[in-house]
Ligand binder design. Sequence first.
Ligand SMILES: [Zn+2]
Length: 456
Amino acid sequence: MISNKVYFNRQTVAQFEIAFGSIAFVCLCWFWYSSSDSLSISTADQIPPVIEHVDQQIQIPKRSAKTQQLSSIPPLNERQFYDLSYVVVTGDSLETIFKKHQLPITELLEILEADEPYLFLDVLRPGDQLRFRVDKVRNRLDAFSRVLDPSKTVSYRRSDDGFVYDEIVIPTSKVAEVTRGKVFGSFYVSASSSGLSDNSVMTITQLLRSSLNFNRDLRAGDHFQVVMERETIDGRTIGKDRLLAARIYSRGKEYGAYLHSDGSYYDSNGSSLVPALLRYPTRQKFRISSHFSPRRRHPVTGLFKPHHGVDFAMPTGTPVLSTGHGRVTRIANHPYAGKYIDIDQFGSYSTRFLHLSKILVTKGQRVQRGQVIALSGNTGRSTGPHLHYELHVKGRPVNPITASIPMLKSIPDSEINNFRLQVADMQKLMVSDESIVQLDSPVTNESQTDQRPDQS
Ligand SMILES: [Zn+2]
């Protein structure tokens, strides 16, 4: 067996000790210096991937010369990124938030570009949760996300072609919630005080006002029953509600509105309470200059992106019509979409009109089918005067030219039995002792299985 023992004399040992001590001291200094640097990086890395309230004092470190030198070094992946959460406060805009965090506005414009087909980032609300992922090595924003509601988060990730849109959808359950009340004073006051939202009360009023005069016909003691569908996660409502059924008993007569599977409302006999949607948002027909497409080459940028509407070529100043009865939910001006309007139609439908020159309605206003809501234009990023029109069903864009939209005056024989069963279910619920009934579970909820825009 060979021994590896080495023998030193006293002098050699002393020299070795001095040399080793010096090396150790240098190493220790180097380690302290480098570890203090890496510690400050890893602290940021350890921000948990949970969105939480972070006050506005959090700052992205300044883009120093030292960081720029690092970009040529292959990075340790776990040290490359750090996350930053921000909760929107009154007065914020994305521009002020980006400036506050020393993020360049050019990156915000790239993100708005990716958001152009969706416009999810256009209107911020206080309390909105935003998240930034910063690439420290390349010294730039890598991803940005916004929680739209507890069931949906949208994100924009950097790719070779700028930022790319993505979304995370959490399945929701649906419950039916019954509200019962009596009329004392106006219907609006009575229904509001029984817990119905302003929107729900306005929708019921609009649906029933052709058969019931709310000012003249209602008497104290008349009663009403309303069934709302509410989406929930873990038993908590998330603010997404829809009217399923409502009826008012007045002087021995029943006035009812029931949602059919076509997304529109009918009385208990199956006669339509809402006029059919107009197919075209103008009085005369105009040439389609760009069709609805899940993927089209953008005429200005050359990039492939979904085109969630139909473009009609028309002279600036052409009157634009609301295609149905509804309520204006958004009026905005976007760097790419231009001046635009969103309208919530009754039931499952909403519409959007882009590149307008003049808007003639206000946010919250009730509009009628065929009402002139704006004048067409060429605002935002546009290759010429045109109207971009979108139709959404349950929040998903569909082709407005080919989509089956409610056109019925009454429910056809082939569907009337299903409709009657639905009406009977609702009426049973209205007179039952229950207030909240589970409608489905997340697993069987077909509307949640594919939240992507319609690919048809
Ligand atoms: Zn368009």
